[in-house]
Write a protein that binds this ligand. Structure first.
Ligand SMILES: [Ca+2]
Ligand SMILES: [Ca+2]
Ligand SMILES: [Ca+2]
Ligand SMILES: [Ca+2]
Length: 286
């Protein structure tokens, strides 16, 4: 697979990630050939305020990643960051909900771990949570452990809640994409990559490194143990039992370091077709 990778100009790989750095040093995470910029409609959050409404359209990404390789030959150190575009800030100031990035790290369609921010309880934290006992292959089967395996205080070097302006998003065409009358906000967080590798190992997935191929689900929540607010790439769908892939709620494969793998087109088409066919067969049998 490594030979099939093409090098992406990794603008952010050589410097520590700054949570307030401009979007030009972040990579949009793609959900499909027709959705290169990961749109998500505004106003489709199922509960809670518009502070948890993920927004993006065909020219303005809703979801970004950034990777720093640690400046060493090791493939398991450095930092991994994520950024979501949300519709607005509501009182009180600061991000008051939760946001999770679910990762399928072994290509079986099931989310294995969740990275994210949980400001919904008494202690605001960035964390890595194990998946719970559910199937974790669709919104309605997703479960998240209550207690984080790794947690971090939110400080300037790993967290930012910043209104969208010309400094942080120099290329945007609108600072208020949802036309709600209030500036959009970026929620950005960064975790040590070695802790993610360790969490995967604890989840029974060994050998994860910066070249491992992930697929991401991004969602907001009003509480820490499920995805009950807004799923990126999907209009509504919070209670759906449609698997992530046919639902459109999971990214295309991307390495931890932010490179898009290029599989043999025929292989990839077969994989996609296989997953969808299985799902259709299963539905028909009900
Ligand atoms: Ca939305
Ligand atoms: Ca998995
Ligand atoms: Ca807005
Ligand atoms: Ca959505």
């Amino acid at each position: 697979m490594a030979g099939a990778l093409f090098a992406w100009a990794a603008v952010s790989a050589s410097a520590q990630i700054s949570p307030t750095s401009p979007t030009t040093s972040w990579r949009p995470i793609s959900y499909g050939p027709s959705n290169p910029s990961i749109p998500d409609p505004f106003g489709d959050q199922q509960t809670g305020s518009r502070e948890g409404d993920i927004i993006g359209n065909s020219t303005t990404p809703s979801f970004y990643t950034s990777f720093y390789n640690g400046g060493t030959p090791s493939l398991t150190d450095g930092q991994l960051g994520f950024r979501l575009r949300l519709a607005e800030q509501q009182n009180p100031p600061g991000f008051s909900g939760a946001a999770f990035i679910g990762i399928d790290g072994n290509a079986d369609g099931r989310l294995d771990l969740f990275l994210g921010v949980n400001n919904s309880g008494s202690t605001a934290q960035i964390g890595i949570w194990s998946a719970g006992p559910g199937l974790n292959n669709s919104p309605s089967t997703t479960t998240i452990q209550n207690v984080a395996g790794f947690s971090y205080s939110e400080v300037g070097i790993n967290y930012s809640w910043t209104p969208v302006n010309v400094t942080i998003d120099p290329t945007t065409v609108s600072y208020d994409l949802d036309n709600g009358g209030n500036p959009d906000y970026f929620l950005t967080f960064v975790i040590p990559f070695a802790d993610l590798v360790s969490a995967f190992s604890s989840a029974g997935i060994a050998g994860i490194n910066e070249n491992s191929i992930f697929r991401y689900v991004a969602a907001t929540a009003t509480q820490g143990n499920n995805l009950n607010q807004d799923i990126n790439g999907v209009n509504d769908g919070i209670n759906s039992n449609t698997p992530w892939d046919p639902l459109g709620g999971i990214s295309l494969p991307i390495t931890a370091s932010g490179i898009t793998p290029v599989p043999e087109p025929s292989t990839y088409a077969l994989l996609m077709l296989g997953g969808t066919t299985l799902w259709l067969l299963r539905r028909r049998r009900k």
